[in-house]
Write a protein of this length. Structure first.
Length: 436
């Protein structure tokens, strides 16, 4: 567990440093443009890259030792960050803030790629749980992952808001480069004992092994259904990715918004600590789906009135539940899938899940910007929906949250009644009771 914690902290700091600059850029570009559409395009492009690359990353993790994978990801992060930083520092800031300008894409694309390498580290980290941690402690280890991610989330959101509010993008770039360099150096001294890698016979000649991933998934009854269930969270995640910052920045100054995001991130820590201490019980799939139902209700209710206390409280509860959802998926896959196949299964799961997010982003962003928000702001919309949403400048965004939450609530309730739910629950119970 001590070695696992060293790996976990390194990955958390490395990913946080890359996402710090991405988060700071999101704040900065929205304040410069006041456009939900720009955030939609950026978030959607990022999730498309995640969808395209996840199976490649999963195959890489299964083909190579995990430390080498993490080292390669960290070096790649540094290269992309240096490229993005040079472009920002030597380009006109007005051009970078214009989505139609080449400078916007010349800066944002390497920045996207630097954040993308964090997914390679995350897949490798998930597979180290079954290497370094006893099976009965998988859920607790995944809870610790949630806790550390919570600390990273707080550092990311608080500091990115404060940096943009008081110091500017240049300081965000400098701090990101400093943290990324430190984690790369630290990784040289981290040990992940892995004497040999047991490959599938056809894996050596395959760069993206979809076939191997599908075989591993189909061997476990109900596992494909789990991957489908986890797309629910990514659907809501896409909605939050596009609309949360615009809604928050409509209520608070950017530096205050960053602090608020840091505060609600403590919910992620508390949820992770709870799982780290108590685990997920004997039915992690049930815990996962109950988490979705709770998240759906939060999404419906937390913006019904433009009140800061209800909004912040809803965000805190959302963060409290997310580690349960994430740990549920991770624990089931780590338990029922052989170690040599886990990288590809995690990669396939991330491909499917991430594929849902850009769909929701590219649908929700333009839909909210061009239809929902204008309708709610017009006299007819105010008369029709005023009883539900109240009054305020962000009522169109609130209605979008309500629609998304109601849709996810319906799917989550129906999932409990599927045959796959019962089959996978039984499969997990058999594997957790068996010996290594």
């Amino acid at each position: 567990m001590k070695r696992f914690l060293q790996v976990l902290i390194n990955v958390a700091v490395a990913n946080t440093s890359a996402y710090l600059l991405w988060s700071a850029f999101s704040f900065w570009i929205y304040l410069e443009t006041k456009s939900v559409l720009v955030l939609s395009v950026l978030s959607g492009t990022y999730m498309l890259l995640v969808t395209i690359s996840s199976m490649l990353f999963g195959t890489i993790v299964d083909k190579h030792k995990k430390k080498k994978v993490m080292m390669g990801a960290s070096v790649s992060t540094m290269v992309f960050l240096l490229l993005a930083s040079a472009i920002f520092l030597f380009s006109d800031k007005g051009h970078i803030a214009n989505m139609k300008s080449p400078a916007f894409w010349l800066f944002s694309f390497p920045l996207l790629l630097s954040a993308l390498t964090g997914n390679l580290r995350a897949i490798a980290l998930s597979t180290t749980v079954s290497i370094l941690v006893p099976k009965q402690d998988y859920a607790r280890a995944n809870g610790l992952i949630g806790t550390i991610q919570g600390f990273g989330m707080i550092a990311n959101t608080v500091f990115s808001g404060l940096i943009i509010g008081y110091m500017g993008m240049e300081w965000a770039i400098f701090i990101t480069l400093l943290l990324s360099t430190a984690t790369l150096i630290h990784l040289f001294f981290v040990s992940i004992p892995e004497e040999q890698i047991v490959h599938d016979s056809h894996l050596q000649n395959s760069h993206v092994d979809f076939r191997g991933a599908l075989r591993a998934i189909h061997i476990v009854p109900g596992l494909m259904a789990l991957i489908f269930f986890t797309t629910f969270n990514n659907f809501i995640g896409g909605v939050f990715g596009v609309l949360l910052d615009p809604y928050g920045l409509a209520l608070f100054p950017v530096e205050v918004w960053g602090i608020i995001l840091g505060f609600v991130g403590t919910g992620f820590i508390i949820g992770g600590l709870f799982i780290g201490k108590k685990g997920l019980g004997k039915k992690p799939l049930r815990s996962l789906l109950l988490g979705y139902i709770f998240i759906s209700l939060i999404c419906i209710l937390f913006t019904l009135r433009e009140g800061s206390i209800v909004f912040v409280g809803g965000m805190f509860l959302y963060m409290l539940v997310v580690p349960i959802v994430e740990a549920g998926e991770q624990t089931i896959i780590q338990t029922v899938v052989p170690k040599r196949k886990q990288g590809r299964v995690f990669g396939f799961a991330q491909t499917v899940e991430a594929g849902v997010t850009p769909i929701s982003i590219f649908i929700i962003g333009p839909l909210a910007q061009s239809i929902i928000i204008p309708y709610v702001e017009c006299d007819t919309g105010k008369q029709t929906l005023g009883w539900l949403l109240g009054e305020g400048e962000a009522r169109g965004i609130a209605l979008t949250f309500v629609i998304a939450g109601a849709f996810m609530l319906l799917l989550s309730i129906l999932a409990f009644r599927t045959k796959a739910y019962h089959i996978l629950s039984e499969s997990y119970t058999r594997n957790i009771d068996s010996k290594e």
